[in-house]
Design a protein around this ligand. Structure first.
Ligand code: GLU
Length: 440
């Protein structure tokens, strides 16, 4: 059975970059009728928190990316210890004692000599006696002994990949303080949970190479790997520093609609056009990983707003009824208020400004050359309440009295009544206007 996972570390809020990974894995599982696992990579107790784990769940739920089960790495430490022991027993795991400063120095030397900064394996030469002596000073960390051959796989997005293991440092799997690192935990989980497909960012390509060897050493089945490109800003600039401002909860806060975000992210960077979808089923249906390319993918948060506006314009009155009532719109005006505003908002919060305008009246905008005309027109405006006929009747009268017509007639009146030069049909606006400030 196709089984995928989304494996965030609960050390912060998830952002659009994470969403791309989550969504691809979700869509693959759903398309195949398989399983989607939410895995919390929380082996770092200092940086992980329950609050972030809850926030991640909340954000995924908001988008409708529901998981079939949750797993937590912190629950599985015994399993990782057993795997570590297995690796020790087969001679693929060795203890090292270099301090971070020593390692840094080694790397600098190698770079100075024009060599790749690969760990030199000097710990392999330590005798038992030397190790025992070193252990008194500091706790050792543990590295996986890579087999220095080429590691090859067919990547679901990048195609044929081949990495020379000799160009990669033996990965540290257990830190000096005993903490299991992501690589070992991830490999054990992927094997034990029967993960068949792993999609993640292209920053994980080297991890994948080493993980393939560890999976093989542990006798597991290597999943299919695919690495999607990383997101950049609209001008191709790195997004890594700004991702913090593109947290899913911030987008939600700004009024972005889930389907707008999903429709964009499920196609961005693929050869398919971006089209607004109305359901998850449609997104699942049209998803094809092979259509995604290796090039960095430009993401512009502004693209979410036209899509959001379209979703909002298509909403039923029922879905906004409560929100409109909360604004203070009287029940008998509510449906009409929605009819007039729905095409003139981007996010639902824009309704607030419309109701302020209708209920309090707008600061009139009157050009000097129109002042006399507007005053004359206002004198002809009957007292409210107004209905759908009022605007037509009134402007006909104004036309007859002043001789103005077309734009010269309508635009100054729109600006005087709404303070804006564009907006909904004035015939529909007038009945909603509770106060007309231009009347003085
Ligand atoms: N916790 C890892 C990360 O967020 C998971 C990577 C993976 O998908 O294996 O980068």
């Amino acid at each position: 059975m196709t089984t995928t996972r989304f494996a965030p570390s609960p050390t912060g809020y998830i952002h659009v970059g994470n969403l791309r990974t989550a969504l691809f894995n979700y869509l693959i599982a759903r398309k195949a009728g398989g399983q989607f696992i939410l895995r919390l990579d929380d082996t770092d107790p200092e940086r992980s928190s329950e609050a972030y784990a809850d926030a991640i769940k909340e954000d995924l739920e908001w988008l409708g990316l529901t998981w079939d089960r949750v797993e937590k790495q912190s629950d599985r430490l015994e399993r990782y210890e057993a795997a570590a022991q297995e690796l020790r027993d087969m001679g693929r795991f060795y203890e090292c004692f270099e301090t971070p400063t020593e390692l840094d120095l080694k790397r600098k030397k190698q770079l100075n000599m024009g060599k790749p900064p690969v760990y030199d394996r000097s710990a392999l030469a330590l005798s038992d006696k030397e190790k025992a002596a070193l252990r008194v000073e500091r706790a050792g960390h543990w590295r996986f002994l890579l087999d220095q051959s080429r590691i090859e796989w067919t990547d679901g997005i990048l195609g044929e990949l081949s990495i020379d293991a000799a160009s990669v440092s033996d990965p540290v799997l257990i830190r000096g303080d005993g903490q299991f690192l992501y690589t070992l935990a991830s490999v054990c989980d992927d094997v034990d949970f029967g993960i068949t497909d792993v999609v993640r960012g292209s920053d994980h390509v080297t991890n994948t190479a080493t993980q393939i060897q560890i999976i093989e050493a542990l006798g597991g089945t290597v999943p299919s790997f695919a690495h999607h490109s990383l997101l950049t800003g609209p001008q191709g600039e790195a997004l890594s520093k700004r991702l913090g401002t593109l947290a899913l909860r911030d987008l939600r806060e700004q009024g972005v609609e889930p389907m707008a975000l999903l429709s964009l992210m499920a196609r961005l960077g693929s050869s398919d056009p971006i089209e607004l979808r109305s359901s998850m089923d449609e997104l699942v249906e049209g998803f094809d990983l092979s259509k995604f390319g290796a090039a960095p993918t430009k993401f512009d948060v502004q693209d979410l707003f036209p899509l959001t506006a379209r979703i909002n314009a298509a909403r039923s009155f029922d879905s906004v009824k409560e929100r409109i009532a909360k604004l203070g719109v009287p029940g008998e005006l509510a449906e009409q208020f929605w009819a007039v505003t729905r095409e003139n908002i981007t996010v639902l919060d824009d309704l607030n400004a419309w109701w302020t305008l209708f209920s309090e009246g707008a600061e009139p905008v009157i050009a000097e050359e129109d002042a006399e005309f507007v005053a004359e027109a206002m004198a002809l405006l009957p007292d409210g309440p107004y209905d759908s006929e009022t605007w037509g009747k009134w402007t006909a009268e104004v036309k007859a009295a002043t001789g103005r017509k077309g734009r010269g007639l309508f635009m100054p009146l729109r600006k005087a009544l709404t303070g804006q030069s564009h907006g909904p049909d004035m015939g529909a606006v007038l009945p909603l206007l509770q106060v007309i400030r231009a009347k003085g």
